[in-house]
Design a protein around this ligand. Sequence first.
Ligand SMILES: Cc1cc2nc3c(=O)[nH]c(=O)nc-3n(C[C@H](O)[C@H](O)[C@H](O)COP(=O)(O)OP(=O)(O)OC[C@H]3O[C@@H](n4cnc5c(N)ncnc54)[C@H](O)[C@@H]3O)c2cc1C
Length: 236
Amino acid sequence: MKAEITGVKRETHDVKTLRVQPEKKIDFIPGQYCLLSIMGDDYPDDSKPFTFASSPEKDFVEFTVKKIGEFTSALHELKEGETLELGKPRGKSLNFDESVEKDVVFIAGGSGITPFISAIRYSIDKDLKNGMTLFFSNREYRDIIFKTELRHTYEDYSRIKVINTLTHEEEDHWDGETGLIDRDMVERYVDDVKEKLWYICGPPPMIDSMEEMLEYMGVSSSNIRFEKWQIPGKHD
Ligand SMILES: Cc1cc2nc3c(=O)[nH]c(=O)nc-3n(C[C@H](O)[C@H](O)[C@H](O)COP(=O)(O)OP(=O)(O)OC[C@H]3O[C@@H](n4cnc5c(N)ncnc54)[C@H](O)[C@@H]3O)c2cc1C
């Protein structure tokens, strides 16, 4: 389906959000993604997977894109009025909607925040009651996407907790966590770990270590959901 770009927002030094207006409403579940291609002869003849970052309750769709190679650089060059082609929504592993009854814990590394910002936005739009705890790991302060929105969410909704950690930098003014997410950090913020539904999205080594940590903490594998983003093209 064709979708016109109606807004471009710079989020960080290497991340932009594209807001698009699809020809007709797309029914997706927070956590899903689609294949994007860029319409026009000047662009890579390719399609790559990107997660719906907006809430499905909105009449626009947003993708938040980290620039790492040819295709993502081309996406960063796009301007309002240009057109994307969106494939159908795909993916099950990170889906979150009102059928989820448990409180959830999201563990995100860098651009792995996108499925979870969609879920958080959706849960606010629908006034859902799930407790939500987000552990968000980044290298440096300047890498944190959605800083302001997440801070306001944390301040405004007592059921939503946001824990930021920086792995490569300690800023003088930084009052969040530092270092990799580990058992000690998790247990300081989450009670009854076996009762929660855990979602992980980020670089493959992070997913492997988080999965191992959760299993060691006694979380059943049926309560752990994750998606590895490592092999573009071999994701389905
Ligand atoms: C299901 C799914 C959902 C995704 N959702 C998003 C999203 O919402 N936002 C977003 O910014 N990205 C997302 N990605 C990743 C995105 O698809 C890739 O970043 C993109 O395909 C890279 O294309 P490229 O041509 O710019 O870079 P490439 O030329 O393909 O890659 C450049 C370099 O980066 C490495 N690389 C590629 N992808 C990754 C990766 N994911 N992690 C680490 N190294 C990588 C490659 O091995 C290569 O060395 C998602 C991936 C999957 C599988």
